[in-house]
Design a protein around this ligand. Structure first.
Ligand code: UDP
Length: 238
């Protein structure tokens, strides 16, 4: 299957914020909208998804209020699984076959993370949703997105952001002269300490020559456009 005629395969990273619609928990209308956009591209694009959990818990924040960091991180990972199940439900309502694979075993709700099986699902037009991060404290779901993309041989990582539509020369919320960049190298992003992306994820993509698109969720149909390969947002390359 690793031939020139192979379909486009992508790893879409959805942060927890896009599930919450700005609140704690899951906003069903928002998740349904995302699911319908993904559904519109099935058959054209093979899509694996890593979901974040920031709409429930972030380990680093809980640790600041006195919790043990590792336990707090496990809470964060469990939050991502709730997002996975919400997305799975709306994808299936939109007629898409899906599988959730969790890095923490919970056989009643998700398959185990088995990369070769994930690839088979993708080839059969199933959307694969990866939950529970890496199953390891001290990691972020952005880093997991880079790792899963590499392991399932995705052509590109698509980082969906909310509140920003790409990488800017400065923080666009603070600096009115900030300009959006169409392209950027990993070296420049790392050197300039670009905050919109996780440094570990960028280093992993750079070392393995994997392109990344950083794009905003807000524009109409943006998720489907990014899945199909439209150059919305900022492309980060080696
Ligand atoms: N997390 C973790 N290991 C992982 C992935 C996630 O410990 O491999 C925890 C971590 O506490 C993190 C939380 O899960 O804060 C939610 O993930 P993240 O903050 O990456 O979600 P996002 O910002 O994308 O919503």
């Amino acid at each position: 299957h690793e031939t020139a005629t192979r379909r486009r395969r992508v790893l879409l990273k959805l942060s927890g914020e896009v599930f919450g619609g700005g609140k704690l928990g899951v906003d069903p209308g928002t998740v349904r909208g995302i699911a319908e956009q993904i559904a519109s591209t099935v058959g054209e694009v093979e899509t694996a998804i890593v979901v974040g959990g920031g709409n429930f818990f972030r380990g680093a924040e809980l640790a600041e209020s006195g919790m043990d960091r590792s336990r707090a991180d496990y809470m964060g990972m469990l939050g991502t699984v709730m997002n996975c199940l919400a997305l799975q439900d709306f994808l299936e309502q939109a007629g898409v076959e899906t599988r959730v694979q969790s890095a923490i075993s919970m056989a009643q709700v998700a398959e185990a993370y088995i990369p070769r099986r994930a690839i088979r699902h993708l080839e059969k037009d199933r959307v694969v949703i990866f939950g529970a991060g890496a199953g390891l404290p001290y990691f972020s779901t952005d880093t997991v997105a880079a790792q899963r993309a590499l392991e399932v041989h995705a052509d590109e990582v698509l980082m969906a952001k909310s509140g920003v539509d790409g990488v800017y020369t400065a923080d666009p919320h603070k600096d009115p002269t900030a300009k959006k960049l169409d392209t950027l190298t990993y070296n420049d992003a790392l050197r300039q300490n670009i905050r919109v992306m996780d440094q570990t994820a960028m280093t992993m993509c750079k070392d393995n020559k994997l392109d990344m698109l950083v794009f905003g969720m807000e524009g109409e149909g943006n998720v489907a456009r990014a899945l199909r390969g439209e150059r919305i947002g900022t492309t980060v390359t080696v």
